[in-house]
Every structure is written in structure tokens, then in C-alpha cells.
Ligand binder design. Structure first.
Ligand SMILES: Cc1ncc(COP(=O)(O)O)c(C=O)c1O
Length: 408
């Protein structure tokens, strides 16, 4: 059986592959139709009370959105530990201070009971992450935000298409981040959007956005090469050739990595922030049209895991009917053994997140204090993500479950 890989173009279907190849073969197609506008229109249909702006990544958008708030230096932004450096780096880039709240272990989301003790006169905003597609406790967090006159930023990088109280996640805050990264809900390799829900924030944001440039053609070509090369790598991974294709493509810079090396020391690459190029907007739009099919598939697989995993060593998450399960996260005392065992059986599982802020070569730079978020640290030591992605078949899920239940 072919390798199951949680993060190697997990959303890539044949129509997406053809699309990227057609754009590589005939770059003039890039200019024919304005897919940026079409993508914005589609996002505005999902989020009718917001205005959408496209970026070459979610982190790009967050960086510009935070800049547009014109907050005093060292203003505090509360966010959860157990997150991605892509959330923290834009805060640091704006000379603001991330303040870390611990998480709940049943949802991997911010524990709102922490908020009171973290609040100071310098607190200006809360970034709320719907981890793995499970809605955070928006009711409690919104009432806290309103009471203390703070801004609410929803991080929907994992949760596009999920709902809370019958409204789409992303329509509850002042600002929303969406990601179209390679292993997110929908993918254009790199890409994202910011939704501005609070009209008071629009003028300053628009002013900055109007000055923003597109990345150069070389960068865009690199992203368009990702689908075909990762497809080839995936198809041949079990023969070891795939690994070689992947390594060589990265080494020769034919394809990008999800995180640039300087981001691991919490600096910003020159390509961020920038607008989303037209061909990548087309890839994102093609995937957005499949959003509900993708998410139904993820939910179906999560339910199967929940029913069929019976190994008492593995702690399953609490299911939430509103979650869309970008990944199905389990906890166990020594996940490394399980990673190795699955890998021997051609299954590459995920490790989001292996540090309270991941990836990082120097956690001190993130201003995270070791021991301050014990649940987040526990989750980092114990977690293993199982795949739920659109191209994962039920046969493959059955194999994963069989192996998990045999694991000692
Ligand atoms: C929780 C979370 N928020 C935001 C981001 C940023 O998204 P992007 O990769 O599009 O910059 C990521 C991933 O990188 C993420 O995991």
C-alpha cells in the first residue's frame, strides 16, 4: 500500500493538479481572468457581513492587520500556547507582546477561565484559535472581550467551513484570519485571507493593503510547482524515491517549505506580507468550491476513528458536532513510539504541536515562559495527529485503526 502522509499535499485532487500544471505550461493564462475577484466574491458569500482581502499567507494577513491597528509598542495580545509560529511572528514583527493562555485538553482550545488573570491595562486584543477545526468557547470569550473593550481576532486557519451557533466561524470577531496553506482546510500551497468584520477598522487596513505588492513570478512559479512535485513524491514515497524527490526539490528551491528558516528564529521573510497572486487565487477558488465535500469527509473519518479506536493507551478527543477535524488528535504517554511504529507501516502521522509555539529554534524569542501553560506543554509531549484529509480513503483509515488497536 502507498504511504499515507498527513502533510504532503493532503487536499490535492486530480483537478487541482491539472490546474497547477496548466498554469505552469501557459503562464499567459495567469492574466486572463481575475480569480482574485472571484475568490473574494465567494468568500463574501460565506461571510456576508465581512470584507475579504487576499494575502500570500494567513500570517502575511495577520501581520498587516495588526499593523493597521496602530497599537502602542508592547501592547499585549492574548493568544493560546499550543499554536504555530505563524501566529506569534506577526505579533512580534509589530513590536507587540504575545501573552499566552493555557488550553483545555479536551478541545486544545484556549481556556477562557485564564483570561481574567492575563488581563492588564496593556491588553488590546485576543486571538482565538479554533484548533483542528473545533470551535473555541466563543460565547464566554466574546462576553469577556465586550466587557473589557478588546478586539477579537478569530484564527480560522484550521476551521474554514465550521459553524458555531449556526453561524460560520470567522464571523464572530473584528478580524478573521483564513489560511490556504498546503495542509490546511483548502489549499493553494501558500495563501490566505483577512476578513474585516468591524467597519471601523477598514480605512486604516485598506490604506496599508493598497500599498502591498504581489510576490514575484519566481515565487509564484515555485508554489505552482508544489502540486506536481509533491504528487510525484507521494506516489513514489513507499519506494524511497519520493523522499528523494522531495528533498531535492526543496534543496534546489523548486518548491517552498511551509515555514521559512528565519521564521524559526521569529523573523519575517521578505516575501511576507504580500498579496495573493492570481494563479494561486485560482487554485484556492477551485478548492473552495469543494469545501463542504472536504469537511463532510473529515467529519466522517473522525467519527470512524472515534468509534473504532479501542486501544486503552490512546486518549481520544471529545467529539464536537461542530468540529470539522482538520486533524484528529490523540494523546498517549509516548507518542514517539507510535510515530515510529506507524512510519514503519507507511503512515506518516502529524505532530502539531510539538512545542507550545511550533516550530521554534529559540522559544525564548516568543516570550513564552516555560511552565506557564501546563496543559499546552502536556499536549505537546503527548499528542499525535491522525489524518482526515479529503484524499484519504476509508480503506486507508481502516488500516490506520487496525494498526492503532494493535499498538502496545
Ligand atoms: C493555527 C494557525 N494559525 C495561523 C496559521 C498561519 O497560516 P499560514 O500558513 O497561511 O500563514 C497557521 C499555519 O501556518 C496555523 O496553524
Amino acid at each position: 500500500m502507498k504511504t499515507i502522509h498527513i502533510s504532503l499535499s493532503p487536499n490535492l485532487e486530480s483537478d487541482d493538479l491539472k490546474l497547477s500544471i496548466s498554469k505552469l505550461i501557459n503562464p499567459f493564462i495567469w492574466k486572463k481572468t481575475n480569480y482574485q475577484n472571484k475568490l473574494i466574491q465567494s468568500l463574501n458569500q460565506i461571510f456576508p457581513t465581512s470584507q475579504a482581502f487576499l494575502f500570500n499567507s494567513g500570517r502575511s494577513g495577520l501581520q498587516l492587520a495588526l499593523q493597521s491597528l496602530n497599537l502602542p509598542k508592547k501592547s499585549e495580545i492574548i493568544t493560546q500556547a499550543f499554536t504555530c509560529s505563524a501566529v506569534i511572528n506577526p505579533i512580534l514583527a509589530n513590536q507587540l507582546k504575545p501573552v499566552y493562555a493555557d488550553i483545555k485538553l479536551n478541545s486544545f482550545n484556549l481556556n477562557h477561565l485564564q483570561l481574567n488573570k492575563l488581563l492588564t491595562p496593556k491588553t488590546k486584543a485576543i486571538i482565538i484559535q479554533h484548533t483542528f477545526g473545533t470551535p473555541a468557547n466563543l460565547r464566554a470569550i466574546r462576553s469577556f472581550v465586550q466587557k473589557h473593550n478588546l478586539l477579537l481576532i478569530e484564527d480560522c486557519a484550521h476551521s474554514l467551513g465550521a459553524h458555531y451557533q449556526n453561524k460560520p466561524l470567522g464571523s464572530f470577531g473584528d478580524i478573521t484570519l483564513l489560511s490556504f496553506g498546503r495542509d490546511k482546510i483548502i489549499s493553494s500551497v501558500f495563501g490566505g485571507a483577512i476578513l474585516i468584520n468591524n467597519p471601523h477598522l477598514l480605512p486604516s487596513f485598506k490604506k496599508l493593503y493598497s500599498k502591498l505588492k504581489l510576490p514575484n513570478h519566481l515565487w509564484t512559479t515555485q508554489q505552482l510547482l508544489h502540486p506536481p512535485l509533491s504528487y510525484l513524491a507521494k506516489k513514489t514515497y513507499h519506494l524511497q524515491i519520493g523522499k528523494l524527490i522531495l528533498l531535492l526539490s526543496q534543496k534546489l528551491k523548486l518548491i517552498s517549505r511551509a515555514i521559512y528558516p528565519q521564521e524559526k528564529i521569529h523573523q519575517t521573510p521578505t516575501v511576507f506580507p504580500a498579496k495573493l497572486p492570481n494563479p494561486l487565487a485560482h487554485l484556492a477558488l477551485n478548492q473552495l468550491n469543494k469545501l463542504s465535500t472536504f469537511n463532510l469527509h473529515r467529519q466522517k473519518i473522525a467519527l470512524i476513528y472515534q468509534k473504532k479506536i479501542i486501544n486503552p493507551k490512546l486518549k481520544k478527543p471529545q467529539l464536537s458536532k461542530n468540529s470539522i477535524y482538520l486533524r484528529y488528535n490523540i494523546l498517549l504517554s509516548n507518542p514517539q513510539n507510535l510515530f515510529t511504529y506507524l512510519k514503519k507501516n507507511q503512515i506518516i502521522a502529524g505532530d502539531w504541536y510539538s512545542q507550545p509555539i511550533t516550530p521554534s529554534n529559540n522559544l525564548k524569542l516568543t516570550l513564552y515562559t516555560k511552565g506557564s501553560c501546563p496543559n499546552a506543554e502536556k499536549a505537546c509531549q503527548q499528542n499525535l495527529n491522525l489524518p482526515t484529509h479529503p484524499t484519504l480513503s476509508i480503506k486507508q483509515v481502516t488500516k490506520i485503526i487496525y494498526l492503532l488497536n494493535k499498538f502496545k
